[in-house]
Write a protein that binds this ligand. Sequence first.
Ligand SMILES: Cc1cc2nc3c(=O)[nH]c(=O)nc-3n(C[C@H](O)[C@H](O)[C@H](O)COP(=O)(O)O)c2cc1C
Length: 315
Amino acid sequence: MPVPLFLAPMAGVTDLPFRLLARECGADLTITEFTSSAGLSRDQANSWMKLESDPRETPFIPQIFGGNKAEMVASVEMLQERADIIDLNFGCPAPGITKNCAGAALMGEPDHLIEIVSACIEASNVPITAKLRMGTGYIENNIVKLAPQLEELGVMRLCVHGRTLKQRYTGGADWKTIADVAEAVEIPVIANGDIIDAASAQACLDETGAAGLMIGRGAIGRPMIFNEIKTQLGWSKKESPWKEDDIFASRLWCWNRYIELSQETTGLQHKWLKRHALAFTKGLPGSKAARTEMARNNDAATMAEAIKNWLSQKL
Ligand SMILES: Cc1cc2nc3c(=O)[nH]c(=O)nc-3n(C[C@H](O)[C@H](O)[C@H](O)COP(=O)(O)O)c2cc1C
C-alpha cells in the first residue's frame, strides 16, 4: 500500500529550492529546516529567511524549536497566516540546542514538552504536528507513553526518528519502537531513520505499519530516491525525467533543476550551492576534480556552471 513520502527537515540542506526539487522527484511532503522560536519571536531576519516558501510548496510546513513557551506561542501566532501546518521539533540532538532544553532535550522534561505543545495548539488556527525521537537515552524511553498524550492534546500527526538523543546518529534506527507508537495512537505516525532505498522503505513499512515514511540523509545529493522508491515498489508508473540507469545523467538533471529553482526563488546562494555540489558529486568516479572546481570558483554562478560541465562531461 503506498504511503506518503516526506523529505526530512535538515538544517543546511533542505533549503527552498532543494525542497521544490525533492517534490519534483516524488516527495509528497516537505518541511523547512528547524527555526529558532527565539529568533522568530524577536523578528530576526536570519530566522525568517529560513521560512521562505513558494506556491508550489503546498502544504507549507515550517518547523520551529525552542524551550520557552512564550516564544514558541509567539512564533506560532506569527506563522499561522502563512503556514498550512506548523511542525514542532523535539528531535534535535545538537548540544547548542539541547543545552537550552530545546529540541530532543525536552523529551527529558515531558511535562514541559506537553505544556509547550498544549499552548501552541491553543494559540494556533492551523494544525500542529511534532517530530520526536524515542527519548533522551538518559532516562527510560518515553515516546510510547508521550504519543497518546500528544494525540489527546490535538496533535495532528507525529513523526518519530527511531533513535535517542544520546545516540544522536549512531546505531541503527529502532523501527520496533516506532511500531509500538503507531499501535498506541490513532493519528498518523510517520517512521523516520535509515531509509535509504526501496528495500529499506518496504522493510520499514512492514515493521512499523507507519502511515508515511520520512527520508533524510538518503536524499542528500540523491533527491531522486523518492521516485526510485515509488517506481520500484510499484506505487507509481510515472517515468522519471532522467535516465534511471545513468548516475551522471540523473545527477545532472537534478543539479540543473536545482539551479533553475534557485533562480526562480531565492537566487543562487553560494553556501547552499557548495553544500549541494559536494553532495551531488559525492561517490562519483573522478569527483575529486569537481571538488577542485568548487574550491576554485568563489562565485555562485561560476560554480553552478562548472559543476554542470563536470557532470555533463561524463555523459
Ligand atoms: C544535516 C542534518 C540536519 C538535520 N536538521 C534537522 C532539522 O532541522 N529538523 C529536524 O527535525 N531534524 C533534523 N535532522 C534529522 C533528520 O530530519 C532525520 O530525523 C534524521 O536524519 C534521521 O533520518 P535519516 O536516517 O533518513 O537521515 C537533521 C539531520 C541531518 C543529517
